[in-house]
Design a protein around this ligand. Structure first.
Ligand code: FAD
Ligand code: NAP
Length: 310
């Protein structure tokens, strides 16, 4: 057992920013990096909307720089993944694959995993026409033909956003009714650039170096057709990475960690959450980093208020 003042679980923008602030506050945080050093962003090559960079920035450079900045001020990185946590009494205990960590406070920054379709060609063409984030990649599809898969709020938001850039947008849904809010549905149906393809499943992505077309299957007739496309945006939901914390902190009905409105406190005093693990709406690197900063400041204040800690 090694006692830590505070541990940060996750090494994405939220975790590294929390580490930077806590390290500069002299609290020598320990960051448990998890299975994806640098987080979700490292699954794509470039980022264009992180403020401060006028030209496209390599995501690996961005995340390596965040890591180095946090380490420079005294953050301690540990390569491990947390399997289970016990937040029932102080100090908190996190059980990892490699070790056990006790700490007076914790920040959960474990992010969320995009749900993909798991169809042939999808993984190979990710970043080459296949994306899961219109805000991030939409600008690459100006005046091009794209499709969005899904029938929830995210899919409709993505389709409306893309309609401002692309020349044609298909919304492909496996049923004939959307689960998105009615107001958003009305906006979708009013947009001339958007065509809904109902009762269709995407069964494969085609293309050598870039996406060229997709194959659709009608769920009622079983008939297949090919649809030429330059971009496919998968919007079938995200899964927040909360497995290790179930039963320890309150979750929202969608499975995200519940935090106090406008703050980063969870249901357990001394345990804070930041980034995509508690954010079902914004899901951006900059918002995750901002919440990491908030969690660090909230945690620092909480720790300084604990009389029994030196
Ligand atoms: P993540 O980046 O998901 O990091 C989570 C961290 O937690 C990881 O280090 C992981 O290893 C760790 N972890 C998970 N489980 C455990 C565990 N059990 N124990 C220990 N550690 C654990 N946003 C933009 O602003 N601009 C873009 O252009 C952009 N492009 C994107 C492209 C793609 C393909 C994807 C998938 C996302 C993109 N995003 C973009 C969104 C952005 O990546 C996320 O909003 C952001 O990374 C969230 O940061 P986070 O720190 O909350 O979580
Ligand atoms: P969601 O509401 O869970 O919707 C996912 C959609 O993807 C559903 O339509 C589902 O189809 C479809 N889907 C799931 N798996 C699929 C698969 N394998 N193949 C094809 N289609 C599949 O997810 P979300 O849209 O990301 O929204 C998540 C949460 O965030 C929701 O609570 C939402 O309200 C909220 N949100 C709100 C806003 C907003 O307020 N503007 C914006 C974005 C998100 P079925 O309908 O058939 O199940």
């Amino acid at each position: 057992m090694s006692p830590h003042r505070i541990i940060i679980i996750g090494s994405g923008p939220a975790g590294y920013t929390a580490a930077l602030y806590l390290a500069r506050a002299g609290l020598a945080p320990t960051v448990i990096t998890g299975p994806f050093l640098g987080g979700q962003l490292t699954t794509t090559r470039e980022i264009e909307n992180f403020p401060g960079f006028a030209t496209p920035l390599s995501t690996s450079v961005l995340m390596e720089t965040m890591r180095a900045q946090a380490e420079r001020f005294g953050a301690n990185l540990v390569s491990d993944s947390i399997l289970r946590a016990d937040f029932s009494s102080s100090p908190f205990v996190c059980y990892g694959e490699e070790g056990t960590y006790t700490a007076d406070a914790a920040i959960i920054a474990t992010g969320a995993m995009v749900r993909w379709l798991d169809i042939p060609g999808e993984e190979r063409l990710r970043g080459a026409g296949v994306s899961a984030c219109a805000t991030c990649d939409g600008a690459f599809f100006r005046n091009k033909t794209v499709a969005v898969v899904g029938g929830g709020n995210t899919a409709v938001d993505e389709a409306l956003f893309l309609a401002r850039l692309a020349c044609k947008v298909y919304l492909i849904h496996r049923r004939d009714t959307l689960r998105a809010e009615v107001i958003q549905q009305n906006r979708l149906f009013a947009c001339e650039k958007i065509t809904c393809l109902w009762n269709k499943r995407v069964v494969s992505c085609q293309g050598e170096k870039r996406l060229e077309s997709i194959v659709l299957e009608d769920v009622q007739t079983g008939l297949s057709e090919e649809l030429p496309l330059e971009g496919l945006f998968v919007a079938v939901g995200h899964t927040p990475s909360t497995e290790a914390f179930k039963g320890q902190v309150a979750l929202t009905p969608d499975g995200y960690i519940a935090t106090t409105l406008g703050r980063t406190d969870t249901s357990v005093p001394g345990v804070f959450a930041a980034g995509d693990v508690c954010d079902s709406v914004y899901k951006q690197a900059i918002t995750a980093a901002g919440q990491g900063c908030m969690a660090a400041l909230d945690a620092e204040r909480w720790l300084s208020g604990k009389k029994d800690l030196s």
